[in-house]
Design a binder for this molecule. Sequence first.
Ligand code: NAD
Ligand code: GLY
Length: 369
Amino acid sequence: MEKIRVNLKKQIDNSYDIIIGENLLNKIPKELKQRPLANKYIIITDSNVEKQYGDILLKEMKKNGLKTYLISFKAGEKSKTRKTKEIIENRMMEYDLGRDTLVIAVGGGVVGDIAGFVAATYYRGISYIQVPTTLLAFADSSIGGKTAVNTGFGKNLIGAFHQPKRVYIDTTTLKTLPKKEMKNGIAETIKHAVIKDKGFFRYLEKNVKQLIKKDPVVIEYITKRNCEIKAKIVEMDEKEKGQRKILNYGHTIGHAIEAASNYKMTHGNAVALGMVAAVKISIELGYMSMKDMIRQNNLIEAAKLPVILPDISIENIIKAMRYDKKIIDDKIMFVLPKKIGDVFFTDEVSLKLVKKVLDELKVKKVNNQ
Ligand code: NAD
Ligand code: GLY
């Protein structure tokens, strides 16, 4: 018998910069000209963002002599499929793009997730940069290297961890973002404050009105703080073996509410309700104080996010949690807050308790009872 060892032990440096500022779209091509990341560039975007920002970037890239193409797909979560990925990849091959190509994802989380996944597998993996244009993508999806598409069996089930080479956050792009989409990012921002930073939470309490109005100073600050918090968690646990799971705060019940509403409820609204339910569970188990629960829920309300569950069947929410494999032996793994800025994992939450809390969420505010 012979034995041959394949030695693959190595240290990899996947570190990257997140650059935050105003009017960056004009600056990216100049930077890429000075410090090229590839010989060819492909901008991947969606039908809304193409007109507003994709075309501007394409023009600037060409003006700077960078060989650049653009592919866009129909905007919306429904496009986040293997089919869209295949169409993009085929177009890239028609354009004769090889390993010397850099993908530039310009858009919200849908674009970032598909474009990142294309980059992860095209020619066995090429580089990409993220140019997010929604608050949710500024705060969450553009950082951390999770890329994926949805299938009929659920969201984000096929994907890869593939870190971007750089993230450029042009805060001016938020000017055109509809209010409804802003709220999705605000919910994730509140999540970051509750899981990691009571000082940031206080800042949000003071500035939530300005945030809703897209005050540039507030947008710049919360973007920076969101990125710092997410980056620290990803640095500790890039592949979500443990600590990164705290980013799912509010999502265990939130995802189930979203699914049970047939995706009529927005992600931000569902996550807000998921956070309201989680603090209530934490109170019931004797961890969180009423004072902190009231503070969280007041901030959620001030952000114009819901604290009362609309007419969605609780049975369907539970069904969605089962489908999502969140329930094992009638117990559910939860991220719960102990206080503002400090969360923990537990598997001691019973299905009975979740049902009770959801019932209460339907009939009255869980704040002042
Ligand atoms: P999205 O990408 O669908 O964007 C929302 C809408 O806003 C779209 O219609 C889009 O065309 C439009 N839009 C984008 N930027 C705009 C702008 N500046 N002005 C006007 N319109 C604009 O949604 P999203 O909320 O950004 O992202 C949701 C997706 O992100 C989900 O698929 C979710 O699974 C994923 N996600 C991924 C991660 C991750 O770590 N990879 C984290 C959180 C969420
Ligand atoms: N949005 C959750 C994560 O990036 O892990």
